[in-house]
Design a protein around this ligand. Sequence first.
Ligand code: FUB
Length: 344
Amino acid sequence: SEQESVSTMDNSQQDSLSFLSQPLVTDHYTADPSAHVFGDKLYIYPSHDVETIVEEDDSGAHFNMMDYHVYSMESPSSEIIDHGKVLDLKDIPWAKRQLWAPDAAEKNGKYYLYFPAKDQEDIFRLGVATADQPTGPFKAEPEPIENSFSIDPAVFKDQDGQHYIYWGGIWGGQLQKWRTGKYLSTGNSPYADEPADDEPAIAPQVAKLSENMLQFGEAPRAIEILDQEGEPIKAGDHDRRFFEAAWVHLHNDTYYFSYSTGDTHNIAYATGDNPYGPFTYQGVILKPVMGWTNHHSIVEVEGEWYIFYHDTQLSGKTHLRNIKMTKLTHRPDGSIETITPMKK
Ligand code: FUB
């Protein structure tokens, strides 16, 4: 696969910071890592960040990714293998630009890559591509998932084998534009169409996947995130409200819904007793990383839990990220220990 020149921060920047863990991949920029165990191996499905001539703007146009690579690891301590490019923007008939955070799932020996991209009208949709092996190559379906919108799909397989897809992201991720069920053509500002500060925050979405894994199997449902008093988290509560990067994992019969709080840069989590929620806010899993975005996945490997995340250690630039991993701890009471990824 092609090599990229990965620039590094200068020494004075490096010296003033200490990082909890080191980049997993150093010859490409990688971000938004979705990790899964398929069979007896760990597979990682990240975004592939690239330099771009597209100017930075508030809706994230500079996150102008063009393809996906798949990575694998024999075990959490072994070297990471790059399986090369597995899907290219030019081979996705409906997609125009911006291959953002993907995820993958397995069913009956087939593998499914879920991804967001802007369509010909610059509206984010969710797509799916299929393969016979976890390392691809993946072949895109000719159309996006019917009635799909916004970004950051994450697929969770429940204990009974049912797959659920979670998604959504506000501002550049356009979720606020779907508040009425139709795309609001209120201009390009990512801040238009948000609720007032004292209204419930915009809700992430969930739906069962269809039997064939290629469509929603039911109408999307809004996920409620509640505070400890049972009240919906408000739109003005930027420390706790959902922004993007949904992920679900199950631990001791509790469903953990984790997400990025966007402009406050945390990975937060909320818990519930079923895959649809409601989920009650519990706290912060991962404090801000270097760079604006924070995006993660959580996976159990060989009896231990890990969080995969990214930062901008290698480039110092928000849109050129590098994936990392570290251990995650559930305390006996079910709470998760907060991780501080970077110390000044
Ligand atoms: O990688 C592009 C976008 O940045 C993702 O979709 C968001 O979650 C954020 O990490």
